[in-house]
Design a protein around this ligand. Sequence first.
Ligand code: IMP
Ligand code: MG
Length: 225
Amino acid sequence: MAGKREEARDCGRGVVISDDWPGYHLDLFTYPQHYCGDLNRVLIPHGVIVDRTEKLAKDIMNDIGFCDIVVLCVLKGSYKFCADLVENLKTISRNSDTFVSMKVDFIRLKSYRNDQSMGDMQISGADDLSKLAGKNVLIVEDIVGTGRTMKSLLGKIEKYKPNMIKVVSLLVKRTLRSDGFRPDYAGFEIPDLFVVGYALDYNEYFRDLNHICVISEQGKGKYRV
Ligand code: IMP
Ligand code: MG
């Protein structure tokens, strides 16, 4: 049986999806038919994402709900997760006695081409990062892969001396290419696969898919640039 410390560490990894998890057959759920053949399986159904997001919001509010926060949504991939997380934070906030004020801001990063990290991160909407000075910042990310994107963004933000920075990522990939970065809050830890859906894209495709799915070789070929 896992001890208390081990349990806490596992919670920090989020819901751990093991390498041999077969996922769900696509025909068990609905999905846009224009993606027929482009996906292998459903890794995380939309309903499970919704449930996990509710708990992440609760954990975040327990930890930092007493202070004013700036939610920094990392576009485009995390727009769905961020919107749903903010809704949950608002619900908890208006149903509790402690007052929390929340601002939402956006930043756009691009570092992937096809399913490969390009190393150089393009950043836009970051011209006024200086307004984060002295603030409690909650960065909302869709997925941490190698961790390079987050480390590079954190480096840029830290220069403006915010009071606090926390990172919440819906997904964390278990990969040998990881540089060791771990978010403060993680929704799910997933195998080293390229996933799409719930706003995560492959060359801008699949954002209109509700579930998080594994892209097929056919899908990769069809939308490759
Ligand atoms: P990292 O720099 O390798 O950690 O990659 C982080 C960024 O790459 C994420 O914010 C995503 O935008 C994108 N990314 C990494 N892995 C995936 C994936 O499996 N599906 C879709 N986007 C991904
Ligand atoms: Mg992202």
